[in-house]
Design a protein. Structure first.
Lengths: 192, 143
């Protein structure tokens, strides 16, 4: 029984920490950065009510509605970090900053909830702990140039595939739990 | 990510959260008021039918009735349907009552809030004929 448990734990570890080429993760990082770039104006428009007064429902009571200037800044500040993430430089810092900026907007009001900003937050968390800038990145390019200058061989980037596997599991699970119905959402809220 | 206890703990926590949160919606009986359709963090990405009646009127002391157009007056966002849940309506009513009081509008605030998911029989979420500003739990009916 104990040996079976040990074998199972070894397989668990081998699965989550198997090493592989980070090229796919680098490509994912770049494309995800592009998706984030497209999302910023959408968030600016859809969450505008958060600064326009009215009823608010924050996830945590201490989160206050922000002023229009701060609201605009929370969105504008995302662009430089999205660029850094896209080119693969200071990726961990960029993911952390984007997590903070987007997280504040997301959690400031329960009425804000949409699935794909939540999905983006999870991806940012996973990319933050992953070697996403090991390949297809400015960092990899600079490392290659430095190695060439020093006359060293350029090694292919190989790293644990943990983040990729977590992203795959999460995507598969959300596909399983997603419901699809043909009817459309409707409501009647006319005063009488 | 290096193989370590912390890494294992993170992986297990992440998977548990991602598995458990969507289960709330899947395990909720479909006979409920439709609140199960608007479960956040459950990857409910679908089109659904939810008929909702969300009407408020103020009966003043002289007997006149005023319509309260909550969406326009309070700048409730287009996702206002997320408010139509028993665990959130009371807070919305508290805000609404405070807003009317600040405007100096007095009277009995009556609410007609009903939902009917997928064209089923509608269920009332707020007690009929009570002033929501003075009623227990701001007039929100228990399940």
């Amino acid at each position: 029984m104990a040996s079976r448990a040990r074998r199972w734990l070894e397989r668990w570890g081998d699965f989550w920490f198997a090493e592989g080429n980070t090229l796919a993760l680098g490509l994912f990082r770049a494309l995800f950065a592009f998706a984030l770039f497209l999302e910023v104006p959408v968030s600016l428009e859809r969450n505008r009510f958060a600064i326009e007064g009215g009823f608010h429902l924050p996830y945590l009571s201490w989160i206050e509605p922000v002023s229009p200037g701060v609201f605009w800044a929370l969105h504008a500040l995302q662009y430089p970090f999205i660029l850094l993430l896209g080119v693969g430089l200071l990726s961990r810092l960029s993911c952390g900053a984007l997590l903070g900026l987007q997280g504040y907007i997301f959690f400031s009001d329960q009425l804000n909830f949409r699935n794909h900003p939540y999905f983006f937050l999870l991806l940012l968390l996973l990319l933050m702990i992953s070697p996403c800038d090991e390949a297809l990145s400015l960092r990899a390019l600079l490392r290659g140039l430095r190695a060439r200058r020093l006359g060293r061989a350029i090694a292919c980037a190989a790293a644990p595939l943990t983040a990729q596997r977590l992203i795959s599991c999460r995507s598969a699970w959300s596909t399983c739990t997603r419901r699809s119905r043909s009817s459309t959402r409707s409501s009647s809220a006319a005063g009488s | 990510m290096k193989r370590s206890r912390l890494a294992h703990a993170f992986i297990v926590s992440f998977l548990l959260v991602q598995l458990l949160l969507p289960l709330r919606g899947l395990l909720t009986p479909s006979s409920r008021t439709g609140e199960e359709f608007i479960r956040e963090f459950s990857w409910n990405m679908y089109a659904y039918s939810l008929q909702a009646v969300f009407r408020y009127r103020l009966v003043q002391q002289d007997g006149t009735t005023l319509r309260v157009d909550v969406e326009r007056e309070l700048n409730v966002p287009r996702e206002f349907f997320r408010v139509i849940r028993r665990d959130r309506l009371a807070r919305f009513h508290a805000y609404l009552c405070d807003h009317l009081k600040q405007r100096g509008v007095e009277g009995r605030l009556l609410a007609n809030v009903r939902t009917s998911p997928r064209a089923s029989a509608s269920r009332r979420l707020v007690q009929r004929g009570v002033d929501v500003c003075t009623a227990e739990n701001f007039g929100v009916a228990a399940e």
